[in-house]
Design a protein around this ligand. Structure first.
Ligand code: FUL
Length: 508
């Protein structure tokens, strides 16, 4: 059971199982007879499921690590905590949601249960929960308060449920699998719509010293049944962990990867390690190049999520109030996560009072200000555009990732777009987006500008995907050209933008 995903291709899983986990568009088999061109064609046509597309469009999601660790000042509780220490007297879930929404976050994922097993909702299946705390005389439910606040403010809501449970006496036995399913069922049925379910990779020993063999497929099937639009992240089939907790994604980031890289065990072995890209498949620099997919038995749409905390720890520690990431650092992370075809999952942990502290709030406000100032004016909007295609180019600047522009000739992978601005302008950021409903196709591009009579390189890159942002030393020019040098079939470019970063927002 536990290898159901990793071996989906290799072991010829019954088609029914695959159909529940994947759609016919985000999964394709490679047959031994397929030639290189067939594989490229298949890769170019793998597209996200509707739930994956919605998730990608969020760009910014917030993580809320809050629980018994907030009161013990620890990162990992061992499950022996007394629930009586949990008492966030000023808890205000609306403040959490408002702070996140004002900073541009479109969804919140709450740690309903971390490794200590302490539940932020009054689960029927354990005593280790808010129901035995003095907070609201044991009548409180943090999950409900956050779910309702998200609904009120119109943002998505997701749950983190740690499979590793250091409190449950069942951990390490068959009974634990039922216990876990029971808790998951409570969360999926009592709080309205759940948009993301986040399963952590960490898997250690429980109180009995035993490890658990997880029934991943049972979890996935339950989620698909009860909350069909929820993405299942990290140790799940819809969203991939980027491989580090630093906030920085890969320069080349493919959302189409071989199916055999979806190995929950690889995530477990590597989480908690602040490594660059450890030499494992899920962590390597190259997950989806032509060389990688040439050897695949199947291909899946499996996009990257980049999780990082605004502070050194995941939970709030008063000693870290002075170590909150600056707006400039958050911005650098944004360019290196959202700007590299990923979704940023930024952790913002409330303190013991049950509030997000001022230091975090002011960093987030500064971060948002930089983003708004940078991206308010696309300098290309009023440019004259021509390229090697007949179609109108207005869709390149309409702010929609669902419209696109592509070359006219079938099979033509190359694309050249010339831009002529009304006057010379200064810029230092390039934005590119592909229409994911057509596919992620671009493999190499360059932006050039005209200086005198010669063309010079402003910046270049490999993959685009949902969004690519590149910063470079400021250039002043009137004529520019974007060349797509290599792609898998015809690329469908959704957006092109040129911007100038505000003073003080940091250099690359
Ligand atoms: C890790 C956990 O062990 C950390 O405590 C945190 O929850 C992080 C997001 O994932 O694997």
């Amino acid at each position: 059971m536990m290898f159901i995903l990793s071996c989906a291709a290799a072991l010829a899983l019954p088609e029914k199982g695959i159909a529940q986990i994947f759609t016919d568009k985000n999964y394709v088999k490679i047959s031994p007879e397929d030639k290189e061109a067939d594989i490229i064609k298949k890769a170019a046509n793998v597209t996200p499921s509707p739930r994956q597309l919605r998730w990608q469009q969020l760009e910014l999601t917030a993580f809320i690590h809050f629980g018994i660790n907030t009161f013990t000042n620890k990162e990992w509780g061992d499950g022996t905590e007394d629930p009586k220490i949990f008492n966030p007297q000023e808890l205000d879930a609306r403040q959490w949601v408002k702070v996140c929404k004002d900073a541009g976050f479109k969804q919140i994922i709450l740690t309903a249960k971390h490794h200590d097993g302490f539940c932020l909702w009054p689960s029927k299946f354990t005593e280790h929960s808010v129901k035995n705390s003095p907070w609201k005389e044991g009548k409180g439910d943090v999950v409900r308060e956050v779910a309702e606040a998200c609904k009120e403010f119109g943002i998505g809501f997701g749950i983190y449920l740690s499979p590793w449970d250091r409190n449950s006496p069942y951990f390490g036995s068959m009974q634990y699998n039922d216990y876990f399913i029971n808790q998951l069922t409570e969360l999926l049925t009592q709080y309205g719509q759940i948009d993301e379910v986040w399963f952590d990779g960490a898997n250690g020993e429980g109180p009995t010293g035993k490890k658990q063999v997880y029934e991943y497929n049972r979890w996935y099937n339950l989620i698909r049944k009860l909350q069909p639009s929820a993405t299942i992240a990290v140790s799940g089939p819809d969203v991939r962990w980027i491989g580090t907790e630093t906030g920085y994604g890969r320069e080349t980031e493919w959302s189409i990867v071989p199916g055999d890289q979806m190995i929950p065990e690889a995530v477990a072995a590597n989480s908690q390690k602040n490594v660059d890209f450890a030499p494992r498949d899920l962590m390597s620099d190259d997950l989806g190049s032509r060389i990688k997919i040439a050897k695949a038995k199947s291909l899946v749409w499996y996009p990257a999520e980049i999780d990082v905390s605004i502070r050194p720890g995941w939970f709030h520690h008063p000693a870290e109030d002075t170590k909150v990431k600056t707006p400039e650092k958050l911005l650098d992370i944004y360019y290196s996560s959202v700007g590299r075809n990923g979704v940023l999952l930024l952790n913002i942990p409330p303190d013991k009072r049950g509030l997000i502290s001022d230091s975090d709030v002011s960093s987030l406000i500064g971060f948002r200000k930089y983003l708004d100032e940078t991206f308010e004016n696309n300098l290309l909007k009023s440019a004259k555009v021509n390229g090697n295609a007949s179609k109108k180019t207005a869709s390149l600047f309409d702010g929609k990732d669902s419209s696109y522009w592509k070359t006219g000739k079938k099979g033509e992978g190359h694309l050249l777009l010339n831009f002529e601005l009304d006057k010379a302008q200064k810029f230092d950021v390039l934005l590119l987006q592909e229409n994911l409903q057509i596919g992620q196709r671009v493999e190499q591009f360059v932006l050039e500008y005209k200086e005198g009579t010669s063309w010079k390189k402003a910046t270049e890159g490999t993959t685009i995907g949902y969004k690519r942002l590149l910063r470079f030393p400021a250039v002043t020019a009137r004529e520019l050209r974007l060349k797509i040098i290599s792609s898998r079939l015809q690329p469908a470019i959704a957006e092109v933008g040129l911007y100038l970063r505000p003073e003080g927002s940091g250099v690359q």
